[in-house]
Design a protein around this ligand. Structure first.
Ligand code: SAH
Length: 221
């Protein structure tokens, strides 16, 4: 790996360990998740001008009015997605590739990540990052993620990183029985973070936290 990927100064191991400590203090316990956050260099997924802030526990702009999620939220959502499931998952669907950071974290817990993004430029940039890091198990698609990826379904888990007003039915349909979906739902700047588990008779739904995500929009660009 080139030095830039390994990180120096503000992107060094020590800086990353501080972030892990903070995420743990906020209640994330799953060591698989913490190891994934430690192992994937977040500074690669932001603009070089912001690299020195990559290990602060904060969302950062990635262009096109979009953001890379706060590391704690990535950790929390990944932990909820896993629950008590046996890892690795076979197939995880992510809606909203964005910077690619969450997809890279997911790549550590599943055989295949399928990730959909509506903004082509962001998707192309994310693909370059995966390549640079040698991550080979993320497959991407440029389309409206609310329709899911039926051809590859059913999924063990679905992670939605942009907020719809209501649960997208097509995504629910593409979950396996026993499969889990983590999704922010609601209008405006603040949404309910929901965990949905598909059972043989229907869906178990829980509201967990208040979160703030960009809206899930249908049109592609
Ligand atoms: N998971 C990302 C978070 C990016 S923000 C990361 O780790 O960086 C949410 C992303 O969802 C944005 O890139 C936005 O363009 C995308 N998005 C919004 N609506 C979408 C839709 N209907 N289908 C696919 N992607 C969508």
């Amino acid at each position: 790996m080139k030095d830039y990927y390994r990180g120096i100064g503000m992107t060094s191991d020590r800086t990353r360990d501080r972030l892990i400590k903070r995420i743990k203090e906020q209640g994330v316990q799953n060591t698989v998740v913490l190891d994934a956050i430690r192992g994937i260099p977040r500074h690669i997924f932001v603009d070089e001008a912001l690299a020195s802030r990559a290990y602060e526990d904060t969302a950062l702009p990635i262009g096109y009015s979009q953001t890379i999620s706060q590391p704690y939220i990535v950790a929390r959502m990944t932990e909820l997605l896993i629950g008590n499931s046996k890892l690795p998952f076979k197939k995880v669907l992510e809606i909203g590739t964005g910077s690619g950071y969450q997809a890279a974290i997911l790549s550590q817990i599943t055989t295949w990540v399928y990730s959909i993004e509506r903004i082509n430029v962001l998707q192309q940039q994310a693909k370059q990052k995966f390549k640079a890091l040698g991550i080979k198990n993320i497959v991407t698609q440029h389309s409206d993620g609310s329709l899911g990826w039926e051809y590859k379904s059913p999924f063990d888990a679905i992670m939605v990183t942009a907020a719809p007003n209501a649960l997208p039915k097509m995504l629910l349909d593409q979950l396996k029985v026993g499969g889990r979906m983590v999704i922010p739902v609601g209008l405006g700047g603040s949404q309910a973070l929901m965990l949905i588990v598909k059972t043989s008779t229907g869906f178990e739904k829980q509201v967990l936290d208040r979160v703030s995500f960009v809206p899930l929009l249908e049109d592609c660009m």
